[in-house]
Design a protein around this ligand. Structure first.
Ligand code: PYC
Length: 413
């Protein structure tokens, strides 16, 4: 029996170390207030403290820590994007993820699997080749492979020609990985809290205070706080919060559903995505199949699950893995996806002075968690965008400088 368990069993008091200190009253002022308590917010707080010594920081979460989209994704990590801007940005995230367990001294269960984006049409093969070439040019390991290699590398897949959408090839991205999403958030939370950052759950921002075009604080359900700098990192509610700050975002918010099966004996080492069939699938370290599809076809703020989604997704899944017919689903959920017109995020400075934004995370936010923390902390500390997020500034929609990432953002939207 592990020593820790024995210690718990024999002690009268609860000896486990708290991950973050117990809730305190809010203080009247902070250097930085971060609205949102998900992965991006916590990562930003961590790097602000670690890299810039900025620790007089309050993270305000209206619900519980990392209970929004951080808890509602399928935990895929990859950098096989289409645009040079996207590839460089996500490549930095993969590199940070690879070292994150050591960096945070917290096991995030990072597991490199290899990521296969299946191509079922000539057009998909062409896009895969394009992505592979952009990736290789920027030092990212991706390759266009054909059916025989897909069969060898991913033997569980039905590669027969006798199906509706035969597999013609795939964009193969060996660094593609998965990780434990709540461990990522808790690791960052603990690292930030140990350096002095305050994390306040059940603390909802109801108003953003402004003076002469500058953000100066927030009103919350627990009182008013003043601060020098404010960051909003509230995936799924970005437009609602930016409206309080007084500006609009080019964002449409739609649900993205996902589900897991009961645990199965390990048979799928890889992460498989099919744009034509609208599915992605991986097998977690617990043996569950983690599965998702495209976003719901309407804008609505709701995280309910639907039968329609399940039927569509599983029907398509059986075309790739027909032997799964008798497998039961264990859970289903939805997250809220803030979709931008070009499928790239909106990050950096805003029209309101001292007010910064990390938004537009659509269906690709989890994989960006470390790089968002790194680049947003730089941006706040220096009051200028980090070079990696310069292309994602809000005014690109005014200047027609969009970063068109639709072909690589995820499955079809
Ligand atoms: O971008 O890899 C992705 C993804 C998977 C599920 C949703 N987005």
């Amino acid at each position: 029996m592990p020593l820790g368990l024995l210690k718990y069993g024999l002690r009268k008091t609860y000896p486990a170390e708290r991950q973050i200190p117990a809730a305190q009253p809010l203080r009247p002022t902070y250097d930085v207030v971060i609205i949102g308590g998900g992965g991006h917010a916590l990562a930003t707080a961590y790097y602000l403290a670690r890299d810039y010594g900025i620790t007089n920081v309050a993270v305000l979460e209206k619900g519980y820590l990392a209970g929004g989209n951080t808890a509602r994704n399928t935990a895929i990590i990859r950098s096989n994007y289409l645009t040079p801007e996207g590839v460089k940005f996500y490549d930095m995230s993969v590199k940070l993820y690879q070292e994150l367990s050591q960096d945070l001294d917290y096991n995030i269960l990072y597991s490199e699997r290899g990521h296969f984006t299946l191509a079922h049409t000539d057009a998909a093969l062409r896009t895969s080749r394009w992505r592979a070439e952009v990736n290789k040019h920027l030092g990212v390991n991706s390759e266009l492979i054909f059916t025989d290699d897909v069969k060898k590398l991913c033997p569980a897949l039905n590669c027969s020609e006798d199906v509706r959408y035969p597999i013609l090839g795939a964009l193969y991205h060996p660094p593609g990985s998965i990780a434990r999403h709540d461990a990522v958030a808790w690791g960052y939370a603990r690292g930030a809290a140990r350096r002095g950052v305050e994390i306040h759950q059940l603390t909802e921002v109801t108003e953003i205070l402004k003076e002469n075009g500058r953000a100066i604080g927030v009103v919350t359900n627990r009182g008013t706080i003043h601060c020098n700098k404010l960051l909003q990192a509230v995936a799924g509610s970005s437009s609602l919060v930016s409206k309080m700050a007084g500006f609009r975002l080019p964002i449409r918010t739609i649900p993205l559903q996902a589900c897991v099966s009961v645990p199965l004996k390990p048979f799928l080492d890889q992460i498989v995505v099919s744009g034509s069939l609208h599915v992605y699938i991986s097998q977690s370290s617990r043996g569950e199949l983690v599965m998702g599809g495209s976003t719901d076809p309407y804008g609505v703020y709701s995280t309910r699950s639907t039968l329609d989604f399940k039927e569509g997704l599983l029907g398509h899944m059986l075309e790739l893995l027909p032997f799964l017919g008798d497998v039961k689903l264990a859970r289903q959920w939805a997250g809220m996806a803030d979709m931008t017109p070009d499928f790239s995020p909106v990050m950096g400075l805003t029209p309101l002075e001292n007010y910064y934004i990390d938004s537009g995370w659509g269906t690709w936010g989890f994989k960006a968690t470390p790089v968002c923390g790194l680049t947003m902390s730089y941006t706040l500390a220096n009051n200028k965008p980090h070079e990696l997020i310069e292309p994602f500034r809000l005014d690109r929609f005014v200047n027609f400088q969009q970063v068109g990432e639709k072909g690589a953002a995820s499955v079809g939207h």
